[in-house]
Each structure stands twice: as structure tokens, then as C-alpha cells.
Design a protein around this ligand. Sequence first.
Ligand code: B12
Ligand code: SF4
Length: 490
Amino acid sequence: MNILCVYSFTSFATSKQPLYNSTQIPHGISYIAACLKQSGHTVKLAVFTPVSSIHEELKDIINEFRPGLACLTAVSSQIPLIKKIGEAIKQIDPSIFIIIGGVHTTLNPEETISYDFTDAVCIGEGEKAVVELARQLELRHSPSQIFNLWIKNRNTGQVEENTVQPFIEDLDSLPFIDREMWDPFISNLRGMQMVLAGRGCPNKCAFCSNHVLAKVAEGRYVRFRSPNNIIAELHNLITRYGQIESVFLETETLEANLTYTYQLLSELAELNSKLSAPLKFGTNLVVTNKIKDNRDLLRAFKQANFKFFMIGLESGSEKIRSEVLNRPRYSNADFIEFCQIAREYDIDIYINVLIGLPGETRRDFEETIKCVRNCQPNWGISANIYFPYPGTKLFQLCQDQKLLGPNARTTISERTSSVLKLTGFSKWQIKKEYILFYYKVFKGYKPWTDIMMRTVYTAFEAFPKVKRLISIIFPWMLLKKLRLILHQNN
Ligand code: B12
Ligand code: SF4
């Protein structure tokens, strides 16, 4: 059967090639596509941005490709665009069966099944479910009794709510993600690559969806692929793209299982010893007691040629971290020390922070600036204005404390405008801090041209409507260029 997979971008480099490199490939829909292909189906990918002519483009694709099934995916911010896409597909050809999956659907199945165009929604991991769905559709059955799926009866409107199977235990049993379908949409194919090393996180931060996703199914939530399986995918990447420089090993926190981490690092070091141009690696870490001054671990990372870590500080206020965010325990001193030690091992740091958290005041945020300034993260920084995701503990707290403003479900300014009414930190103060964060962290450390460019770019990001207007007036290439320069500077 012909199956159309659809992805949407709210923030993008150019409308023709919205991904600036392969690290933006979404794994979820790529695993879905790979499993469908493995089962003998023909899969096509369509990618849309807010400037796409959705109806016209879909009409051409549907007339030419004639899909029987459309697979849509969404995190919360993608829902408004995905709704337009789903509606357009049904208008063009009502016989196409539409299924939506992804984090937003998993956390809000009642909402997503209620969209007129939706025929089924997937809760949790969808690899097995989608293959079974395609099998039943190909046999012209009315789909029924498929684990993880809620299926709508078009005639009665009734929804069949099937149970959710345990999390996939052996990630090695899955095929590698389908990269081929993404190539036409990536600006810089030889840039950094991303490989998913594992799924799930053992921590329970109140702002993150992981504590909710962990409860969706039975079984082990935190899982890693075997080092051999990851290395086989790396070989596959080298065969496909030739010389690749760096690879980001995506998983929420690689140090969740230290025995595994050491084994993986030693095998990556061995792989690199056989390559004429060793691969540089990066990953996400959480600073905890297990790793804060663990020089053995850092040495092992260095031997495997790790060059960058992405770390969440989230807030420099220890009170906000423990009382609001439920972060793993680390003091600011631990955090700063870890960054310093990593630098001794020649590993660059990238720090993520949040602004405008419930209970946060300007003074709390000053502690965030101070802590990040003390770290001087040489790979870069990212500040996001806190956006409450429905289903999370912190969303519930915002709701209970009546902090949610009228635009709390408006995703156009997700993470670039505050949707909360905070007493100690106004929306405009939050926006100002968001724009000036780079300046405040790097003033006196980085060239003023770099600081100015970054600040101007962040100011665009802070006002998405203005950014969109400017992008229409000026060619997309300008924004793309600025984005690429800033990316290279990181
Ligand atoms: C890696 C990652 C990224 C990467 C890669 C993006 C990606 N989409 O994969 C990058 C850094 C680019 C990224 C960016 C963003 N991310 Co992110 N990211 C993650 C992370 C850590 C892992 C995602 C992943 O690869 N999981 C493994 C794959 C295999 O699982 P999956 O995507 O859920 O897909 C499975 C199921 O959902 C289902 N499924 C998915 N789609 C479909 C479709 C069909 C048809 C079916 C049947 C099933 C199905 O089956 C899949 C396979 O099992 C998650 C945390 C998490 N635990 O999910 C956050 C997370 C998904 N990100 C999040 C956010 C907010 C973002 C950003 C908006 C941040 C920003 N402002 O830039 C952007 C949005 C980008 C986008 N459009 O997706 C939130 C989403 C919250 C929410 N409620 O929507 C999460 C949950 C983290 C959090 N804060 O809680 N992200
Ligand atoms: S450590 Fe990171 S991925 Fe894990 S729960 Fe906290 S924010 Fe989410």
C-alpha cells in the first residue's frame, strides 16, 4: 500500500529545505516509516511549514501518489498546522485513512480523536500498531482491535479504545530510521548527524513530559540500544554520506546506566581507532552526584572523542529547581565545577535554561544568569520561555494556582512569550530577559559583533509575527544565512 507520512515545521531554515541539518530529523515518524517500509509498503514523506500552500501541494501529492493511509505526527506546537493538513487531506480524498501519533496525541488522546479528520490516534510507541493498521487496511478490513490505537467508527462516531502494549523492550529489534526520505529536505546534509541511542528518562522533572510518558505503558521505560547496534548505524551513516564529522547521540540522559555508558564509550573509542577520520560525538547529560566530579567518566568520554555535552541547568535558583521543577539534585557549585572539569577534558558545553517559571522572580533569574556566566559554556546556550505542556505536573500546578493566561494553548509564541500571569516577573520583563540573555552571559567574553547578531536574531524569535512578516518581505535566504552563521558560531 502507498502510505504518506507527514511532518510539519513551525520554525525552519527555508521552506524548501526546512531542516538545517540532520539533527532535526524527528525520530518518531522516521521509525514509523522504516517499519512500514520493512513490511513492504511504499512510503512517501511530505513536509510542510507555515508558508506552504498546503492544499495545492497535498492535491498534487495525493493525485500522483494515491495513498491509502496518511500518518501524521505532532508535538503540541505542531498541532495547529497538523490540523490544517489533516483537514486538507480529507477534503481532497475522504477515503484516505488518517492516523495521528506523537507526544501530543499520547498525552491528549481525547482531544486528537475528536478532530473531524482523525480516523485513529496512537498512544505511546506506534511501530507495531501502524504495521498492523496498514495490514488490515490493505485487506480492506475496517480496522479493529489494534493495541495502542483508538479507532473511530466513521458511521457511528464511536471510538474503540484499545489497550496499550508494554514499551518495546529490545530497541535493537527495530530497523534503523529511514534517512533517505529526509535528504531532499535538509540544507546541510554533511553537517552534524543524530543517532537515537535510547528512549526514556529516569528523572521526573515537573515541566517535562517524561514523567507522564513513563506511565503510558507497562514495562521498562528507560532503554538503550546495544553499542553494536548503534555502531552498525554509524557505519551505515558513513557509507551513506561519506566523510561525516560529528554525531549527536540523542537520548535524554546517557548516564542513566553508568555500566552501559562505560561499555558504549569503550566501543565508540574502538570504532574511532579504526577510522581514518575519527568521529566527534556529543550527547545530553544531567549533572548529578553520580557524574559531577567523576573524572573517570570524563576520561572515558574524552577517549571516545566526545567534544560536546548539552546540559540542562533550567534554573540557577536552587529553590526553584527543587520546589518547582523537581530537578535531580545538584548545586550551582556542582554545575559550575562539572563544566570546568569537562573543559579540562576538551569537551564543550551547551546549557539550556528556562525563563518565567511558576514562582520565579527576576532575582531568581539573575541567579540563572550568574550561574551560566560562571560556566561560560563554549558550545552555546539556549533560553526558552517556559510553556506549560498539558498533562505535565507543572501544567497542573499552573492550572491550580490560576497562573494560565488566556493564550495558554496558543502555540505560535510557544517558548518565546510567557503564557503565565506571574506576580514577581511580568511578561515584558520575561521577554526582555529572553532577548538579552546571550548578551548578559557573554558580555566581555565574546566579540560584540557576535553578541549583537545573536541578540537581533533572538529579538526576531521573540516576536514570531514580526519574524514572519520580515521573512515575507526579505527572502528566506537572509534568515537562513543568519541562522547558519549563528549555528556555526556555536
Ligand atoms: C530528541 C527530541 C527532540 C529533537 C528531535 C525532534 C524529534 N521530534 O524527534 C529536537 C532537538 C530537534 C527537538 C525539538 C523540539 N522538541 Co523535543 N524532544 C526530543 C525528545 C528528548 C526525544 C524524542 C524522541 O526522539 N523520542 C523517541 C521517538 C522514537 O519517540 P516519539 O517521537 O515519541 O515517537 C514514538 C511515538 O510518539 C509514536 N509516534 C510518533 N509519531 C507517530 C505517528 C504515527 C502515525 C504513529 C502511529 C505513531 C507515532 O511512535 C513513535 C515511535 O515509537 C523528547 C522527549 C520524549 N521523551 O519524547 C522531547 C520532546 C518531544 N520535545 C519537546 C519539545 C517541546 C520540542 C520543541 C518544541 C522544543 C523547541 N521549542 O525547539 C522542538 C519541536 C521540534 C519538533 N517539531 O518535533 C517536548 C514535547 C512536549 C509536548 N507535549 O509536545 C518533549 C516531550 C520534551 C518535553 N519538554 O517534555 N526535540
Ligand atoms: S532530566 Fe531532562 S529529559 Fe529527564 S525528566 Fe528531566 S527534563 Fe525531562
